[in-house]
Design a protein around this ligand. Structure first.
Ligand code: PMP
Length: 369
């Protein structure tokens, strides 16, 4: 298989699979057990949090281990808003967000919250001035993702943070799933109140994720026992937590070197396709080199996907999480001159594993389509 869908998921690293098995075999006791093996398991859980804190140089933060980014995003947003159900407040997000953010905002809107959805410009980014203009005395939460998962645009989080800092009441939530481990941030992670990461996008395991949050925040989401500060009750999946910490550690190595390597491949791909009359490359100066969105002028994205698949080449269309729903290309509606072409789009995602031979095959078949 020639794989170009690293945005949807990645193949787990063998050492992480082995680590998962080893921890399950050696530390299977409940982390809440008061006997020695339970205490040891709890110590390993604390160590896993500390590994993340140290690796990301975090201050005054806590780590919540989750089942992935969907749960982390839900926990962040409901965690902040559920305390205001009796007196709904104003919250701001963007139309670029992943469904696990956007659909939570839509749910809160139904519960009486006033929601502002910021609209991306033609370059696929949110204008920070637009954000600033929409803040009111009632605003309590802003969610802006780092890198979009469909067109790969990188948001100006440095500017977003500058604005949010003027309003200490507002909490900033960032879905960092497609940026972390790929792009060096031009902002300080410590300036983000709630930061979402997913393990399986980083060669970790499916079912692993993290929400990093300000230690002073009282998040309330699901109800149960006191595990993970009561925010995520239930018996802790220690092996998943240990693996997530290791995933973050490994993904933090040589980010810039990996970025440069992928950028070269991206430029090779773009330069090989730029003069094709029948396609549009959905890119701008804000694009991440890890994602190239391509719109065909006369072919459905799904048809192109399956034509490539017949040649053993796997690409995505929109978000894998929404690939079976009709509204998957919402993001493209804002960036394409002709919004009806949104359904004619495929998503190529690259990695350091991508070879030039693979790229040549992809280019050949795209040209044929
Ligand atoms: N946010 C973004 C930006 C994503 O790309 C994804 C995965 N498509 C998610 C959230 C959801 O991640 P998970 O599969 O870990 O729930």
């Amino acid at each position: 298989m020639i794989y170009f869908d690293y945005t949807a998921t990645t193949k787990p690293k063998k050492e992480l699979l082995e680590l998962h098995t080893r921890i399950n075999q050696e530390y299977w006791c409940n982390t809440e057990g008061m006997y020695n093996p339970g205490v040891k398991a709890h110590m390993l859980l604390d160590k896993s949090s500390q590994v993340i804190i140290d690796t990301l140089k975090l201050k005054n933060k806590k780590v919540l281990f989750t089942s992935g980014a969907t749960e982390a995003n839900n926990t962040a947003i409901y965690g902040i808003c559920s305390g205001h159900y009796n007196e709904p407040k104003h919250i701001i997000t963007t139309y670029l967000e992943h469904a696990s953010v956007l659909n939570v905002y839509k749910d809160l809107e139904k519960r009486g919250f006033k929601v502002t959805y910021l609209i991306p410009n033609k370059d696929g980014i949110i204008d920070p001035i637009d954000l600033e203009k929409n803040i009111t005395n009632d605003t309590i939460l802003v969610s802006v993702m780092w890198v979009n998962n469909i067109i790969g645009t990188i948001q100006q989080l440095d500017k977003v943070i500058e604005i949010i800092k003027k309003h200490p009441r507002i909490k900033l939530h960032v879905d960092a799933v497609q940026g972390f481990g790929k792009i060096l941030p031009n902002f300080n992670l410590n300036d983000v109140d709630l930061l979402t990461l997913s393990g399986h996008k980083l060669e970790g395991l499916k079912g692993t994720g993290t929400l990093i949050y300000n230690d002073k925040l009282h998040l309330s989401f699901i109800k149960g026992g006191h595990q993970q500060d009561g925010i995520r009750p239930g018996t802790v999946d220690l092996a998943g937590c240990v693996v997530m910490a290791k995933t973050i550690q490994l993904a933090s190595i040589n980010i810039y070197e990996k970025y440069l390597d992928v950028k070269k491949k991206y430029e090779y791909l773009v330069n090989s396709l730029i003069n094709e009359q029948h396609i549009i490359l959905n890119k701008s100066q804000y694009s991440s080199p890890y994602i190239l969105s391509i719109t065909f002028k006369n072919v459905k994205g799904e048809t192109a996907l399956h034509t490539l698949e017949k040649n053993n080449i796997m690409v995505g269309t929109g978000s894998a999480c929404n690939s079976h729903s009709k509204d998957q290309e919402k993001t493209l509606i804002y960036t394409l001159e002709d919004a009806t072409l949104a359904v004619n789009t495929i998503r190529i995602s690259l990695s350091t594993y991508t070879t030039y031979e693979e790229l040549d095959l992809l280019i050949k078949h795209i040209k044929e389509i």
